[in-house]
Design a protein around this ligand. Structure first.
Ligand code: NAD
Length: 355
């Protein structure tokens, strides 16, 4: 056994979890000492946003229902002025990572706390990381003001998540925990959360395909997503996240699908350099090899398997490798340009991860 030697940074935040837990919304708002909340959601989720505003009654300061991917600065400015004009003292965000991103951008320049109601498995609600896109460039940063003070996880709100997105969003969450297990600043607490998070999602994801309305498995998936998001919010990410940020940011590939396709290949790249983490990931997905186990989970649940089928062009592979290698994140195995190029080609073609 290795000698224990670690730093663990706990993140503040209150979690309210359970089917129907949205009924605690007003109680949680009062607990934050808030009187009027602005509700943020995307256009597709207007009905859920309106339902939340309706539940708040006089405590609703308004509904801003135009959150969109990549958090464009113009939209942030508009949402910030709506928040100020509405005299809101709290932001309630309902939705996936895109809606959460807009709520975070508002909180960044105000003293308003965020109460988050996540409806995908992306995990942004558990991190102090924000991103705002200006003139095509996404500026990211870390600030504790954007970390939600309270998160209500209600699995009932996730039953409308389409099956395809349920699978890829779930594997997106697994990616946070997998990289958390071999992070430079990994520690026993986040590693426990990571393994439990991966195991919960790996059990739940096939059931989300066969019985998408099953609340037991929707709960298990959301529980896993919470754990994986906590890992993302606590320790550093490596090659896999760098690849996905590059592919999403520079080539506009869809977030959860890109994570799903790249993860087995990133794990194969790090297989020899991070044997203990690989053992735990493999155990959590109930396979003998971490990379192959995640690949099979995706394949058997009908996820897209190649970058070309989600819109990447062959002529962009070399450029993606260059960008990834130009400013890499710390990674257990050193970044070698030719091996990264080969990795991206494999993911482009949808080939199984290297043995
Ligand atoms: P998303 O928020 O863009 O949602 C995808 C689609 O699903 C949207 O059309 C949304 O309206 C819809 N949707 C969400 N919940 C639904 C539900 N319950 N039923 C039906 N439709 C629903 O995608 P995402 O994968 O949740 O988030 C991705 C974004 O979040 C990326 O931009 C990523 O960079 C960001 N992100 C940030 C962090 C962070 O720590 N800052 C962490 C993870 C992801």
């Amino acid at each position: 056994m290795n000698t224990l030697d670690f730093t663990y940074q706990a993140r503040p935040g209150r979690i309210v979890f359970g089917a129907g837990s949205l009924r605690h919304l007003e109680r949680e708002l009062i607990n934050l000492n808030a009187e009027r909340a602005l509700v943020i959601c995307s256009a597709e989720q207007r009905a859920t946003g309106a339902d939340i505003a309706g539940r708040l009654g006089a405590r609703a300061a308004g509904l801003f229902d135009r959150a969109m991917m990549h958090v464009p600065l113009e939209l942030v400015r508009e949402a910030r002025s709506v928040a100020t004009a509405s005299k809101a003292d709290c932001v309630i965000v309902v939705g996936g990572g895109s809606a959460m991103g807009l709520g975070k951008a508002i909180a960044l320049e105000s003293t308003m706390p965020i109460l988050a109601v996540p409806t995908t498995y992306a995990g942004s609600e558990m991190t102090p990381i924000f991103g705002i896109t200006e003139a095509g460039l996404k500026r990211t940063g870390t600030d504790l003001r954007v970390l939600p003070k309270c998160v209500i996880y209600d699995p009932l709100l996730t039953t409308t998540l389409p099956v395809g997105l349920s699978v890829t969003s779930g594997i997106n969450a697994i990616a946070h925990a997998a990289e958390g297990l071999y992070a430079q600043d990994a520690n026993p607490v986040t590693s426990l959360m990571a393994e439990e998070g991966i195991a919960s999602l790996a059990r739940a994801i096939p059931k989300l395909v066969s019985t998408p309305d099953d609340i037991e498995f929707r709960s298990l998936a959301l529980y896993g997503a919470w754990l994986c998001g906590s890992v993302l919010g606590s320790v550093g990410m490596s090659l896999h996240h760098k690849l996905c940020h590059t592919l999403g940011g520079s080539f506009d590939l869809p977030h959860a699908q890109t994570h799903t396709i790249v993860l087995p290949h990133a794990l194969a790249y790090n297989r020899v350099a991070a044997p203990e983490a690989m053992k735990r990931i493999a155990r959590a997905v109930d396979a003998s090899d971490a990379a192959l186990g995640v690949y099979e989970l995706a394949r058997q649940t009908g996820a897209p398997m190649s970058l070309k089928e989600i819109g990447m062009r062959a002529q962009d592979v070399d450029r993606a490798a260059e960008i990834t290698c130009a400013s890499p994140y710390w990674n257990p195995r050193p970044i070698e340009t030719s091996a990264i190029r080969a990795l991206i080609w494999n993911a482009f073609e949808g080939a199984p991860p290297c043995a």
